[in-house]
Design a protein around this ligand. Sequence first.
Ligand SMILES: [Zn+2]
Length: 160
Amino acid sequence: MRRPTINFAEWVFSVDLEGTREIQGQAGTPAYECNCDACKAWRSNFSANLSEELALSFERIGIDLSQPTECYGSQNENSSFELRVLFHFIGKIRSGPDATIFDKRINDYIMNYVAIRKEPWLSIMVLPCRNSFEARPKRLDGSELDIVCIDMRLLLQCGA
Ligand SMILES: [Zn+2]
């Protein structure tokens, strides 16, 4: 199977494009056809909130931005949302920042969200879904082999 190598922000992935497309918008995942305020805000506003480059990077690895696996967060007074949005693809992480880093102050590992943009803030963590407790889709054969999670946190600005 062809698995092209694709740059994504600070990472390099090899991606099963066909497999990835098959697991987008999967019934049973938390955000599937969800009409909560966070999901509605994401779907209406994600394109205005992501740089062209980042949106294209998601597209290149076969992720459908309009159909995250999970999306939740809280609304601010000015109608922006602080969101956590999870996506999944099938492939391998070839290189890039680790999902955890050692924090000497607490003598333990902490999640390593990489700042992609400062204003409005947007950060990303990438990890194999087997190392994550979060919801994930399944492959068509029911397995979770090589499913990778892209875990994004951002300030989503609404209604321009
Ligand atoms: Zn929702």
